[in-house]
Design a protein around this ligand. Structure first.
Ligand SMILES: [Zn+2]
Ligand SMILES: [Zn+2]
Length: 453
């Protein structure tokens, strides 16, 4: 499995998070199903955007790429994304790129022009087969070309002769650097071989990037490049397309400042990976509320019914109950259904615990351990629902704007005020805590507090 990684010239945004999480789930699920998976995700660390950014900041181009590779890795770790087996940088694969380009020249798919090398799109019969685009239509729609030396406006650069002040590598055609598309053909072949099972990326990559990758790889090897193409949909921000001009690009780390990583993941997997999704504070809060409910339920199961919940799991029953989640995931990784089924199990668990006093614990004994096992199993490939409740609540407490000692002191002070019938003061303390994100609840056993979401 090969997934197109980021061009590292800026902080990664929520669209990158979506792609990374979608393919993280694919990777985890394939392993869960018993496949041995070799997963490669690259860094595009040489590109016009990187060079422009370096010129703007007045630093070396590789300082920019190193900085944003580090930032990307931090964001992925914060999102709980597992590391792919191979994470090559484009600049480490230049020799392999030169090899593919040479093969394309030798086979008549590419031509050299003053130190540049171009792919001759019309020479490749299958061009357009992934995107469904027709070559005549493309030709008609092609912009007036700046570079009139090209044989055909559709032809794209495999190798670019070096311009003054730009980074370069030696090649049979002179000093230069690779075009973007050739990177992935070369890295995919280097780490995974000529034909691979799965190639993933955002929908925006279908054309021209992936169309060009096919033309390059199949032109050079004469073999099929990819068996399955998986493309994730866009993330809109409050119904608007994310764009520089609208100034609404949401960095992953900004989202993680406001919401737990698990809520961000749950939001991302709550729609099918191919459909577009709409990021909004409401949607994220909804995910956070759902998670809170999930962890409260798990906590309740373990605290109130420890013997039952930790009893030996009936494997046959678990398999049966897990099946609908498996069916959903087997159907093009339908994580939305899978997560929905988890919340149905949450409801079932609560209903059974609520009615145990009146109806007895028979059903509870049969079902509760199985539900807990399902949480763990599905959590392992969804990358959500897989923590201990203590861990989840501790993270939330870590985000509180007030210390636990301070909360305890204020709760005590409020109890005193209530005893003295100073309800005005008691109410003020409650409000003060609420403003700091803490909700108080008076129970027969005394006052308990929890975090507001
Ligand atoms: Zn790709
Ligand atoms: Zn790519």
């Amino acid at each position: 499995m090969y997934v197109c990684g980021p061009t590292v010239y800026d902080l990664s945004h929520i669209g990158h998070a979506r792609s990374a999480v979608a393919f993280d789930v694919v990777y985890r699920y394939l392993k869960y199903k018993g496949f041995r998976v070799k997963y490669t995700r690259n860094y595009t660390d040489i590109d016009d955007k990187i060079i422009n950014r370096a010129n703007k900041d007045g630093v070396a181009w590789n300082e920019i790429s190193e900085r944003y590779i580090k930032a990307f890795d931090e964001d992925m770790a914060a999102l709980g994304v597992e590391l792919p087996n191979f994470r090559p940088k484009a600049t480490e694969t230049i020799q392999e790129m030169i090899g593919v380009i040479q093969a394309l020249i030798d086979k008549g798919f590419a031509y050299v022009l003053d130190g540049d090398v171009y792919y001759s799109v019309r020479k490749f019969n299958g061009y357009g087969k992934l995107s469904g685009k027709n070559i005549e239509e493309l030709e008609a729609g092609a912009r007036v070309e700046v570079d009139e030396r090209k044989e055909d406006p559709l032809d794209f650069a495999l190798w670019k002769a070096s311009k003054p002040g730009e980074p370069w590598w030696e090649s049979p055609w002179g000093k230069g650097r690779p075009g973007w598309h050739i990177e992935c053909s070369a890295m995919s072949q280097k780490f995974l071989g000529e034909t691979i099972d799965i190639h993933g990326g955002g929908k925006d990559l279908i054309f021209p990037h992936h169309e060009n990758e096919i033309a390059q790889s199949e032109g050079a090897t004469g073999k099929p490049f990819v068996r399955y193409w998986l493309h994730n949909g866009f993330v809109n921000i409050e119904k608007e397309k994310m764009s520089k001009s609208l100034g609404n690009i949401l960095a992953i780390r900004d989202a993680l400042n406001n919401y737990s990583f698990e809520a961000v993941r749950l939001f991302l997997i709550s729609s099918h990976y191919r459909s577009p999704i709409d990021y909004s504070p409401d949607a994220l809060r909804e995910a956070e509320v759902a998670l809170e409910r999930y962890y409260r339920t798990l906590e309740r199961m373990e605290k109130d019914w420890p013997d039952i919940v930790n009893a030996k799991v009936n494997e046959e029953r678990k398999k049966q109950r897990m099946q609908r989640i498996i069916n959903a995931m087997d159907d093009d990784f339908n994580t939305a259904y899978a997560a929905g089924f988890i919340f149905e199990e949450v409801n079932t668990a609560n209903r059974l615990m609520d009615s145990a006093k009146t109806l007895g614990t028979n059903e509870l004994e049969q079902v509760l351990p199985v539900i807990k096992a399902i949480f763990k199993e599905a959590g392992s490939f969804l990358g959500v629902f897989h923590r201990r409740p203590e861990e989840y609540f501790a993270e939330k407490k870590g985000n509180l704007k007030v210390s636990e000692e301070e909360i305890a002191r204020l709760v005590l002070e409020r109890s005193g005020a209530k005893k003295d019938k100073d309800f005005k003061k008691a109410d003020e303390i409650r409000k003060e805590l609420e403003e700091k994100g803490v909700l108080l609840e008076d129970t027969p056993k005394g006052t308990v507090w929890r975090m507001k979401i």
